[in-house]
Design a protein around this ligand. Structure first.
Ligand code: SAM
Length: 421
């Protein structure tokens, strides 16, 4: 989501991007507030630009994203070298804000939720890139007790279907072959009588679009209609990121996730019935207030039962204004216990992922070639249908094509293979 917003910011500015802050006229830190660590990172990044601004006061320094929304004008008070604060919904206002600062030399805060042209600015597209995100939704209507997203991104607003299809078609016309639809709970998307399954079917009719992915799905919004569309539309990749957060019903209730462990397991079974080779990844929080050893063991047993392809796991971080932060005042898990649980869980996930990757040796995978491998230019890199990175020797003319690659090595975070000719 933040990557997409950063690309929208680039486009809104209509300026040449640079990696060198000293050469930039405008420096914007796009931030995430989901956990305390991310939030602190934003402040330390801002600190880095203090001297650049001191040496050249004509430079404009701004902060955008969820940290900007969360602290608003407090940021201007705290950080003297900051020129503007821009909430995630206000990106379309950016050109006006910059023009005003240049004209009036006045520091500005824009954190209103009430932005008419919410989806108006489309993201910057780097020439030659074969994958792209398309936002279908902003904000969130779920009220997970640990989560700050609804506080900083507002309620769910769904983008009209014609807009989504137009942006997707434009990207395909520029050479994009894989689209990832994004939204906080992407599969709760509905608009004008259409549901998420209809969106997938419509996208499937776009000529030359070869792959469709979407993230993040919310378990309770997985419907039969959605599963049928995933099964019927051949471009839909057979991988789903489905955050479970915990294997304990007690914790799920405390988190207000609105499903039980049994319901989640049954949903995976329904998905596998329809799409037998589908792979599932997830998000997990450990150390949620009140989490006992038994609750944690239930998360571990769920991991043994489902064998997620991969998972992102986090130590609970109390966020300002959330119900779970209040709960943590009384029922906080000892940070050392939470760290030990996280270490145990991540080590177990590594084992599962490694076993699964080794199990793919000898298989032929369809890979959309995205470009040269970051570590070795003699290798090309792409992702399999199941969202695994696969590197193999090949020439650059294959970028943008879907090719068959035989897996020869299963590493921890990626696969290696040989092009099948
Ligand atoms: N709407 C997305 C969802 O529900 O999956 C939000 C994704 S959030 C950016 C990614 C993950 O961060 C969540 O799935 C959750 O596991 C984790 N997370 C969110 N709030 C957290 C918190 N307060 N402490 C620790 N992890 C958190």
């Amino acid at each position: 989501m933040n990557e997409y917003d950063s690309d929208r910011i680039k486009n809104a500015l209509d300026a040449e991007p640079t990696d060198d802050p000293k050469k930039a006229d405008i420096i914007i830190i796009n931030t995430c507030a989901i956990r305390e660590k991310a939030d602190q990172k934003a402040f330390s990044s801002l600190g880095k630009y203090k001297h650049i601004k001191a040496n050249d006061p004509s430079k404009i320094v701004g902060i955008s994203g969820c940290v900007a929304q969360l602290y608003g004008d407090k940021l201007l008070k705290k950080i003297p070298h900051l020129d503007f604060v821009l909430g995630p919904r206000a990106i379309p206002k950016l050109p006006d804000i910059i023009a005003k600062i240049e004209q009036d030399k006045k520091r500005t805060v824009e954190t209103s939720y009430d932005i008419e042209e919410l989806f108006e600015v489309e993201p910057y597209h780097q020439k030659g890139k074969v994958t792209a995100f398309v936002s279908v939704q902003q904000g969130c209507n779920k009220r997970c007790t640990y989560c700050i997203v609804p506080n900083v991104r507002g309620d769910e607003v769904n983008r009209p279907l014609p807009d989504i299809l137009r942006e997707t078609t434009n990207l395909v016309n520029k050479g994009v072959r894989e689209i990832t639809f994004i939204g906080q709970t992407v599969n709760s998307w509905k608009e004008n009588g259409n549901k998420f399954g209809d969106l997938i079917r419509e996208a499937g009719d776009i000529e030359d679009l070869e792959r469709i992915r979407f993230t993040t799905s919310y378990p309770r919004d997985i419907t039969k209609k959605m599963i049928d569309a995933m099964k019927d539309v051949p471009q839909v990749c057979h991988h789903l990121h489905l955050p479970v957060q915990s294997g304990s019903n007690e914790m799920l209730r405390g988190m207000k996730r609105t499903y039980t462990r049994e319901w989640y397991i049954d949903t995976i079974a329904r998905l596998k019935d329809a799409i037998p080779d589908i792979t599932i990844s997830t998000d997990i929080i450990v150390g949620f207030p009140g989490e006992t050893d038994k609750d944690f063991e239930e998360t571990m047993s769920l991991m043994r039962e489902i064998e997620f392809e991969s998972s992102y796991s986090f130590k609970f971080s109390p966020r300002p204004g959330t119900p779970a932060a209040e709960l943590a005042l009384e029922e906080a898990v000892d940070p050392e216990v939470a760290s030990a649980r996280l270490t145990e869980l991540q080590a177990f996930q590594k084992e599962i992922t490694a076993t699964k990757n080794e199990g793919r040796i000898g298989q032929i995978e369809k890979v959309l070639v995205e470009g040269e491998s970051r570590n070795d230019p003699e290798f090309l890199s792409g992702r399999t249908d199941h969202n695994r990175i696969l590197n193999f020797r090949g020439t650059k003319d294959l970028v943008g094509k879907i090719v068959d690659v035989k897996v020869t090595e299963g590493l921890l975070n990626s696969l290696r293979g040989e092009l099948v000719v």
